[in-house]
Design a protein around this ligand. Structure first.
Ligand SMILES: *Cc1c(COP(=O)(O)O)cnc(C)c1O
Length: 447
């Protein structure tokens, strides 16, 4: 029996993975979640130790998709999507950094975008349909999606980014491709971009455009983001029964939701550390049980995490038997006790972020960029006892994406990965727009 997906707002009939992937957002503005999370046995997880990344992706994805995607097709998709390395770097005893930055656009967003684009293509071909994908980005989703979907003839991409809050390099990665990729600079914040996109998804007048989402509101993005948790654990565990701690630099909480789903599938996790920048609405909520979104969000060095109201919080709360609606209102309180047992969360200032980049370089010769530094700081400041065993902190972007900060703090120029070479000379093309839904709608309806 194929796994069904419900909407967190509970007013949408159950759908298949295909429908959840193609719709993106549920019509009742909730997010799709699996009714039942499939399980992997410890034996299956331990056996991943000898496997390649794409093979692990295939094993995990098959649990969700075996009734909807033929096995050979899924195997091919995983193999094609994951043709780059995933380094696990030992920083000191039992403390590791997983570098998720070796994909074609040098951030962890490549993991999801590359698998999602291939799955979408597969299903669209089956149906003979075409789609327009609307994506709000705080910097890295836009480029990963643009790269993953570039040149596909049945899918158009429209990217919304906050004009003043993406780096030069991030912007160029989205605005220099052309073809089926359109980029729009919004005079606003990431949360505004996300709001514009969400409004468009439920606007009946735009139905003819067949809009979908490649943001982490799409369940299709979460599935690939469960895989690297299994990968890291299986490569690094030394004895059966061992549990791992994961520190995850978080903004919209798609990455951490991937981890929580992995745990629900059976991955031995001791604790998740949700590391945020100065946008501290979640650590506050975890401490007090009161949720207040931050509007506007705070502008920090780790710009991809400048989120004042994480979309996927709705999913996190659902995983702890609560319910939150799309405005951030808690309809049913989640199990706060269990949440506090399984999750530690801390807000990291820009000052602490810089300090971490400096110290990690001086002490371990390890180069971190601002997002990874937020994760690493949080790991160093978890309560006593949490981090005694195996710990894995994520580096979610390549240091070369943030040359200004890194040069300022440790006076070196990080080497440019091949994928980012030659960007400077390329010609940019993008529209500028006020934070205004009417104007956005006009733009979408034009051709
Ligand atoms: C998107 C992003 C994050 C935050 O991930 P979420 O899934 O939104 O929590 C962290 N670091 C980088 C570099 C990113 O691009």
């Amino acid at each position: 029996m194929a796994i069904k997906y419900y909407s967190t707002n509970n007013s949408t009939p159950l759908v298949s993975f295909k429908e959840a992937l193609i719709q993106g957002l549920a019509p009742d503005k909730g997010l799709f979640m699996p009714v039942e999370i499939p399980k992997l046995s410890l034996k299956e997880i331990f056996a991943m130790k000898e496997k390649k990344y794409w093979e692990i992706a295939f094993i995990v994805a098959k649990k969700f998709l075996q009734d909807e995607v033929p096995e050979e097709e899924l195997e091919r998709i995983c193999k094609e999507a994951y043709d780059f390395e995933v380094p696990l770097e030992k920083v000191y005893e039992k403390k590791y950094l997983m570098r998720l930055d070796r994909g074609p656009t040098a951030s962890f967003k490549d993991f999801a975008a590359r698998m999602m684009s291939r799955l979408m293509q597969f299903f669209l071909k089956q149906e003979g349909k075409s789609l327009t994908i609307l994506t709000a980005t705080s910097g890295d989703t836009g480029s990963a999606v643009a790269n993953a979907f570039f040149g596909l003839d049945n899918i158009k991409i429209v990217i919304l980014f906050p004009k003043e809050e993406v780096s030069e390099r991030q912007r160029k990665q989205m605005t220099t491709l052309g073809n089926n990729i359109r980029a729009i600079a919004v005079d606003g914040k990431f949360d505004d971009c996300q709001e514009l996109a969400k409004q468009a998804f439920v606007d009946k007048k735009l139905a003819k455009l067949s809009l979908s989402s490649a943001n982490s509101i799409n369940f299709g993005r979460l599935l690939p983001q469960t895989v690297y948790y299994f990968y890291a654990y299986s490569k690094l565990f030394e004895r059966k029964g061992e549990k791992a701690v994961f520190s995850v630099p978080s903004g919209n909480f798609g990455d951490i939701c991937g981890g929580l789903i992995a745990k629900n599938m059976g991955l031995p996790v001791k604790k998740f550390i949700i590391a945020t920048n100065e946008n501290n609405e979640f650590p506050k909520f975890l401490n007090t049980g009161k949720y207040e979104k931050l509007t506007p969000s705070r502008k920090c060095l780790s710009n991809a995490m400048n989120v004042g109201h994480p979309s996927n919080l709705v999913r996190l709360i659902a995983l702890y038997n609560g319910q939150m609606d799309e405005t951030g209102k808690i309809v049913k309180m989640p199990d706060m006790k269990k949440m506090n047992e399984e999750i530690f969360s801390i807000s990291v200032s820009d000052k602490e972020t810089r300090q971490t980049i400096r110290r990690t370089y001086n002490n371990y010769n390890t180069i971190l960029e601002p997002h990874g530094a937020v994760g690493w700081f949080a790991l160093q400041h978890a309560p006593e006892g949490v981090t005694t065993g195996l710990c894995i902190s994520f580096e979610t972007a390549h240091p070369a994406k943030f040359p200004e900060t890194i040069n300022q703090v440790i006076a070196i120029k990080p080497n440019l990965p091949k994928s980012l070479e030659g960007l400077e000379e390329k010609k940019e093309q993008f529209k500028e727009m006020a934070n205004d839904y009417a104007e956005f709608k006009q733009l979408l309806l034009k051709k």
